[in-house]
Design a protein around this ligand. Structure first.
Ligand code: MN
Length: 354
C-alpha cells in the first residue's frame, strides 16, 4: 500500500515535485552531496536518495566534502561514497560529468568548506533538499522546510509525493530512517508533529531494523570517546546557575591526552541538558585553526541567536553552532559576559538546578 497521499503531500507543492521528477527522468548521471562533517541525516539523506535512483535505473553517486564518521559504517552503500578531501581530482570530475546535482541537508555553500566552490560552479541543474533556516539561493529547485525533523523525513515525503514509494527498497529506507533517528535522537526531540510517525511506520513496513539503527548510530561509543566525555563533564563543565546555562571547554592538549579522534565528542553538548534546570549548553572545542562552538537548548530558548550574535554562526533555534577565530579563552569569555543579555529570553517557569 502506498502512503496516504494527503498526509505525504500536504506540505509539498505538487508543481515542484513534478519538476523534480522530470529532472530525474531526464538525467542519467546524478551526483548527491551534503555538508562538511556529515552526520546521520546528511549521509542518510544522500544515500537514501542514491538507492532510490539506482532502483529507477539511474547512475547515482554520493560525493561528500570530508570523511563520514565511523559509526555510520553499517549503512548500505557507505563504501561507495567519494570523499572530496581524499580524492579531490576524482570528485571534481564526478561533479563535472553530472547532469543533475542534489544537495542535501545544508543551506549555504560555505557549509561544504573547500568543496562549496566546486558545487557552486557546477554547470548542471541543482536541487536543494534541506531543513535549515534561510537557505541561500544556489539551486534551480529548492525544497526548504525548517520545521521538518530532518532532511531524511523530507526526502521520504518528496519520494512519496513523486510517486516512487514502491521503488524505495530496504537499503533506501534504512538510510532515511537513520537520519530521522539521529536528528530526533530516537524520536525524543523535534518530533511533535504526528506525521513523523506515519513516515516511520512506512519505513518499518519496508522492513527497516530500527533497533539496529539506534544501537549503531546513536548508542555506540568508542572507549576513548567515553573517557574523554566523562572527563569533560566531571572536570571541564561550568554551570551558570543564574542564567541556567552550562559551558564545556576542551583545549588541544586535553584532546591529545585522550587520543581524540573525529566524532569522539559527538553528543557531548547535549549531556548537561539532562540536568533539571539547565536550559542551554555550549561546548567550545579548540581545533587546529579555530574554536568549534556547538550549542543546544530546551524549551524554545534561542541558542541560534546567541551563536549568531556572538560568533556569526547559526543553525536551528535549539541546535546551533559557529566557528570562532581567536583563543579558547576569548571564546569562553565572550559567552559568559553575554549571558545576562539573554536572561530575558529564558522560559517563564524555571526549575532550580539540582
Ligand atoms: Mn539534518
Amino acid at each position: 500500500m502506498s502512503p496516504n497521499d494527503k498526509i505525504m503531500k500536504k506540505l509539498l507543492d505538487s508543481e515542484k515535485t513534478d519538476r523534480f521528477r522530470k529532472l530525474i527522468e531526464q538525467s542519467e548521471n546524478i551526483v548527491l552531496t551534503c555538508h562538511v562533517r556529515p552526520d546521520g541525516d546528511a549521509i542518510g539523506s544522500t544515500l537514501g536518495m542514491m538507492h532510490l535512483l539506482h532502483s529507477l535505473g539511474k547512475r547515482a553517486i554520493v560525493v561528500v566534502p570530508d570523511q563520514p564518521p565511523r559509526v555510520l559504517n553499517f549503512l548500505p552503500g557507505i563504501k561507495s561514497i567519494s570523499v572530496f578531501t581524499r580524492h579531490e581530482e576524482y570528485c571534481r570530475r564526478l561533479l563535472d560529468e553530472a547532469d543533475l546535482l542534489i544537495c542535501c541537508d545544508f543551506n549555504k555553500l560555505s557549509r561544504q568548506d573547500a568543496m562549496g566552490e566546486v558545487t557552486g560552479a557546477v554547470k548542471c541543474k541543482k536541487v536543494l533538499i534541506d531543513h535549515h533556516q534561510y537557505p541561500d539561493d544556489f539551486c534551480d529547485l529548492t525544497f526548504s522546510f525548517p520545521d521538518m525533523s530532518s532532511t531524511c523525513e523530507l526526502v521520504f515525503r518528496i519520494i512519496a509525493a513523486m510517486g516512487y514509494y514502491t521503488e524505495m527498497d530496504l537499503r533506501s529506507a534504512t538510510c532515511i530512517c537513520t537520519g530521522m533517528v539521529t536528528d530526533t535522537r530516537n524520536f525524543s526531540v523535534n518530533c511533535k508533529n504526528p506525521d513523523i510517525y506515519e513516515v516511520l511506520m512506512k519505513l518499518l513496513e519496508k522492513g527497516v531494523d530500527k533497533t539496529k539503527i539506534v544501537k549503531e548510530a546513536l548508542l555506540t561509543q568508542s572507549l576513548t570517546s567515553l573517557k574523554l566525555q566523562s572527563y569533560a563533564i566531571s572536570e571541564k563543565m561550568e554551570i551558570f546557575e543564574q542564567y541556567h546555562g552550562a559551558v564545556i571547554t576542551l583545549d588541544l592538549k586535553e584532546l591529545e591526552r585522550f587520543k581524540y579522534e573525529k566524532g569522539d565528542t559527538e553528543g557531548l553538548v547535549n549531556t548537561p541538558l539532562n540536568v533539571k534546570g539547565i536550559v542551554f549548553s555550549f561546548f567550545l572545542r579548540e581545533d587546529e585553526d579555530c574554536i568549534k562552538v556547538s550549542a543546544r537548548s530546551i524549551d524554545d530558548f534561542p541558542v541560534s541567536q546567541m551563536c549568531e550574535d556572538l560568533y556569526g554562526g547559526g543553525g536551528h533555534r535549539m541546535a546551533a553552532g559557529a566557528e570562532f577565530h581567536g583563543t579558547l579563552e576569548e571564546c569562553r569569555r565572550i559567552l559568559i559576559e553575554a549571558m545576562p543579555r539573554y536572561k530575558g529570553l529564558l522560559p517563564q517557569k524555571l526549575s532550580k538546578i539540582e
